[in-house]
Write a protein that binds this ligand. Structure first.
Ligand code: UDX
Length: 434
């Protein structure tokens, strides 16, 4: 089938390449011409395992075209909207403007019976409003909502082998058309659920808010475990073995970042406030506050350690918001670095793929390797669980630092190994609370 995908960011490019790999003829439309050029050159702007190969082979086979022209959508029977819905200033909800203008730019090229499918994460009410916009501007086309649950680092796998597919539709025809798109995935036994537009869009926002809540919940429990003498990590692990709870998103640590969990939790709080659901608004606002406090707590502890030291230096290992991505949006490690720099400390941050971060303090020094960041460091903080940090050699690093103090905020190092090599190894939950 011919399909179009409008918006080739982290969601859209993966979706377009995945649909091409399933045998569809896909046109990917992106208004940013520089990004189009990079995709066509094979120099992707993003680090996402498996994506470069998928895009390259789809371009070579001719199953994927990438352009900046909305007119190339003409002839496709299904049009996916995958543009961003960034947070508005002062945390006042989402900007749905890109979705509205993507739909407007598509309308002149729609043909009777075409299906337009929203995939972006949106506040409740957006899908129904877009359906009304489409009905006014192109009455013979229909809108559906088909949320995407991919996580960065596993985006290709999550798209091609989703846990389930959710169709928010207003007609059987729309569901049938989506079945045609996803037939190879359905043939593997993947479950699909048919619901309405409002439920499909809310499930997505609620999923991200729930994952954020789980992380903030376990971070509060981990702090309580530490104050009561319990083992914070084992408590989390044991909670996760209860199948009613589940182990995912139950790792305590520096907290969540990225382009989704922080924005979506605050977005839900903002929506709840405006819907008059004040308890819900306070609940989600508190989840966000707990998340932010995690990094503040670490920063205060580090600053207290180094108060007397002129020219003290901190090494932060990991700049991305999690491993296997170069995404630094709302990265807890960058936020932590900002607090430390503001307190007058020199901070070097290492990351295997991030070389600089948009909006980062210009005094923040980016280096490639942990070894470089740790040279002459007074404190080392592990902020992202990149697998390579597990293979660091504590004996070899010992003579290169000013003080062998390491705080593992992601609990990804072998603590015994570091302690045996004479390092003062701390889990972030071994630090005093205040
Ligand atoms: C998330 C959702 O998982 C995905 O379904 C949705 O489509 C987009 O948002 P992503 O932002 O890629 O995906 O990351 P995720 O793996 O969920 O992790 C988010 C953040 O939480 C990261 O900063 C991670 O380090 C942190 N995290 C995750 C924890 O602190 N503890 C955990 O147990 C899990």
């Amino acid at each position: 089938m011919r399909v179009s995908v409008i918006g080739l960011g982290r969601l859209g490019l993966v979706h377009a390449a995945a649909l091409a790999s399933l045998g569809h003829r896909v046109v990917g439309i992106e208004t940013n011409t520089e990004r189009v050029g990079k995709i066509l050159d094979g120099t992707l702007e993003i680090h996402e395992p498996g994506l470069a190969d998928l895009v390259r082979s789809a371009l070579t086979d001719g199953t994927l075209d990438v352009t900046s022209q909305p007119s190339t959508a003409m002839g496709a029977r299904v049009h996916f909207l995958t543009v961003g819905t960034p947070e508005l200033a002062f945390h006042e909800g989402f900007n749905a403007g890109y979705l509205e203008s993507a739909l407007r730019s598509l309308v002149p090229f729609l043909q009777p019976g075409d299906l337009v499918v929203g995939k972006s994460t949106v506040p409740p009410g957006t899908a129904v409003a877009l359906a009304a916009q489409l009905h006014r501007e192109s009455p013979d086309a229909e809108l559906a909502w088909n949320p995407e649950f991919l996580a960065e680092g596993t985006a290709v796998r999550d798209t091609l082998a989703p846990q389930r597919l959710i169709y928010g539709v207003s007609s059987q025809e729309a569901a049938g058309r989506l079945d045609e798109v996803y037939q190879p995935i359905l043939d593997t036994g993947t479950h699909r659920v048919i619901t309405d537009l409002a439920t499909a869009e809310l499930v997505k926002l609620a999923t991200n808010a729930f994952l954020a809540t789980k992380i903030s919940f376990i971070n509060t429990i981990a702090q309580l475990a530490a104050t009561s003498g319990a083992d914070a990590l084992q408590t989390a692990q044991l909670l996760g073995t209860d199948t009613r709870i589940g182990a995912s998103h139950l790792n305590p640590g520096l907290g969540y970042g990225g382009g989704c969990l922080p924005k979506d939790t605050r977005g839900l709080a903002y929506y709840a406030q405006h819907a008059g659901a004040m308890e819900a608004a306070q609940f989600f606002a508190q989840v966000d506050i707990i998340n932010t406090v995690q990094r503040q707590h670490i920063a205060e502890w580090v600053i207290a350690q180094l108060l007397e030291r002129q020219g003290s230096q901190v090494a932060i290992l990991g700049a991305s918001f999690k491993a296997d991505t170069d995404d630094t949006r709302e990265s807890p490690s960058i936020a932590l670095a900002h607090v430390l720099i503001s307190a007058g400390l020199r901070v070097r941050i290492a990351d295997p793929v991030v070389v600089a971060s948009c909006g980062a303090d210009s005094r923040l020094e980016f280096v490639r390797t942990a070894e470089e960041a740790m040279r002459e460091a007074d404190v080392t903080l592990v902020a992202t669980a990149w697998p390579e940090y597990r293979h660091l050699n504590p004996e070899a690093l010992l003579p290169t630092v000013r003080r062998p103090l390491i705080v593992d905020t992601r609990h990804c190092l072998d603590s015994e190994n570091w302690r045996n090599a004479s390092w003062d190894y701390r889990s972030m939950f071994n630090l005093p609370l205040h």
